[in-house]
Write a protein that binds this ligand. Structure first.
Ligand code: HEM
Length: 505
């Protein structure tokens, strides 16, 4: 009988056994979850390997279910092998939004399955954002410069012209029924591209619609598997990279065309090129800014028109506000309403529309769905209440915790902008009581621009058209579709929404 293990000529069984053991070892390494230390919030576990699947499939239901199982309002769960803690209440909000030990970008980059970032390598071949402090420092520095008053003043006429042009096309259209989540959303997209990318795309309908398609593909490509198994080349992640590559080539062509023609642009792209940014940095910045800017602003601007179309009180309030602003700036009786609005300076746009601002505030309360994300980067366990938030764990905060708390917002399911008027001030009842524009360490960098474009679009629309909510055949409808609170972020409604409009005299 020969030796059982002939090391010179290993048997097939031996090879298979070794492979199996190696695979088990590798799989254990790949899926090994760090244990929540004793004293962490109660664990709400669902499945091995994937963790809490309903965090993806029914996010707010999962949050309600987890919160109900906890005495403190905090609970722990896994996303794949990532440990996550959900926090809530006054104390949870304060820590979540104000603690220096929590990283905004690390939370979003992993759990939100953010836009693709093209890596930049330094001379040693190491991936880098190209800026000390990482991608966030780079991103925040650039967006802050682009959101300065001077740039808005310089671009105001372009934003106004884009809006007028889109509305005059609607006025000429054969059908007088529009989809606000397409037609109004596209205006927002164009204004945002002008502000954070370049005029070459904003001025070219073909580039505009191709870039929007790529952007929407990227937006739609975040699936549970891209978050849980980011290393797995799923169809969604491949689509995302292809769409990212298309945008990359589009921007690269524009930069090269400018260089070879020796021309400069008057836009964000030129500013980024002048800073010495690479195409990879530029495209990561542009996608990140579109992400931050287009979805929320586009969806909320569309919703404001939908809410107004079925709320005669607020429709009158906004109409009167727009008419009053137009009358105030009228210099002669021959001027059209559109011409008068076009003559508004930045300061006029920013001060004349407080009621549209209230409508926006209330729409955001409804459409900021899902959770915000952070990560404990303090290098140690943190204590919240008497519980532990483990080192390196991720944190989530469900915005509905405050925005739909009936103790804070009376009858929270009702769209009611008057809840923010000084005599009610429901948003100021408690600290961090309104999160629509962020709070604490991460207030929204784009609020001024988002408000400006919303005021321009709504004021022009209300001045130009009468409108009402209808079904797809054009018959009047009185109720808008409920917002699915399980959405992960501002989202177009899944059922069709239409507005019928007629030109005002
Ligand atoms: C209606 C429109 C918008 C809404 C409702 C909105 C809402 C928010 C909220 C809630 C946050 C904080 C998120 C958190 O704490 O986890 C935030 C942050 C941010 N927003 Fe907006 N936003 C809007 C438009 C924009 C626009 C147009 C831009 C830029 C073009 C922008 C850029 C940013 C950036 C860069 C941050 C991160 C700030 C940081 O890292 O500290 N946002 N926004």
């Amino acid at each position: 009988m020969g030796p059982i293990l002939d090391l010179q000529r290993p048997s097939v069984t031996f090879i298979l056994l070794s492979l199996a053991l190696a695979s088990i070892y590798w799989l254990r390494l790949l899926f090994r979850r760090p244990l929540f230390p004793k004293g962490s919030p109660v664990l709400v576990d669902e499945y091995p390997v994937v963790g809490a699947w309903s965090f993806f499939s029914r996010r707010i239901d999962f949050w309600r279910h987890g919160t109900a199982q906890s005495k403190t309002g905090r609970f722990s769960f896994y996303v794949g092998k990532l440990p996550v803690v959900s926090v809530s209440g006054v104390e949870g909000r304060k820590t979540f939004f104000e603690s220096k030990e929590l990283s905004f970008s690390e939370g979003y980059a992993v759990l939100f399955g953010n836009a693709p970032r093209f890596s930049v390598k330094n001379e040693d071949g190491v991936e880098t954002s190209g800026v000390e402090g990482g991608f966030d420092t780079y991103f925040n520095r650039r967006i802050t410069r682009l959101m300065k008053k001077g740039r808005f003043v310089r671009n105001l006429h372009l934003l106004v012209n884009d809006t007028r042009q889109a509305l005059s096309q609607l006025a000429k259209a054969e059908s007088n029924i529009l989809d606000p989540f397409d037609d109004i959303y596209r205006i927002v997209y164009r204004l945002t591209v002008r502000t954070v990318a370049c005029n070459d795309i904003a001025d070219n309908p073909d580039l505009l619609s191709r870039s929007l398609k790529a952007f929407e593909t990227i937006d739609a490509s975040t699936t549970p598997s891209t978050v849980i198994f980011p290393w797995l080349p799923t169809p969604a992640s491949v689509k995302r990279m292809v769409a990212g590559a298309r945008l990359y080539r589009m921007v690269q062509n524009i930069v090269e065309a400018r260089k070879s023609a020796g021309v400069r642009g008057e836009d964000a792209l030129q500013f980024l090129v002048d800073q010495g940014d690479s195409i990879a940095q530029i495209i990561s910045f542009v996608i990140g800014s579109l992400y931050a800017g287009v979805l929320n602003t586009g969806i909320n601007a569309a919703w404001i028109l939908v809410y107004l179309s079925t709320d005669s009180h607020w429709m009158d309030v906004v109409r009167q506000e727009v008419d009053a602003a137009i009358d105030k700036h009228r210099t002669n009786s021959a001027q059209s309403k559109g011409d008068i609005l076009t003559s508004f300076a930045l300061g006029d746009w920013e001060t004349e529309f407080p009621n549209i601002d209230l409508c926006l505030r209330e729409s955001i309360r409804f459409h900021l769905t899902g959770t915000a994300f952070r990560r404990n980067v303090s290098g140690k366990d943190m204590i919240l209440g008497k519980e532990i938030i483990p080192k390196d764990a991720y944190l989530v905060y469900a915005v509905d915790d405050i925005h739909f708390d009936p103790e804070i917002y009376t009858d929270p399911q009702t769209w009611d902008p008057s809840r923010y008027l000084p005599h009610r001030a429901e948003d100021k009842k408690v600290q961090n009581g309104y999160l629509g524009w962020g709070t604490g360490r991460h207030p929204c960098h784009g609020m001024r621009f988002a408000k400006l474009e919303t005021f321009i679009i709504i004021a022009f629309f209300v001045a130009t058209f009468d409108f009402q909510l209808v079904d797809e055949q054009g018959y009047p409808k009185m109720a808008w579709p409920e917002t699915d609170r399980n959405e992960h972020a501002a989202h177009k409604p899944r059922t069709p929404v239409r507005l019928k409009y007629t030109l005002k005299d």
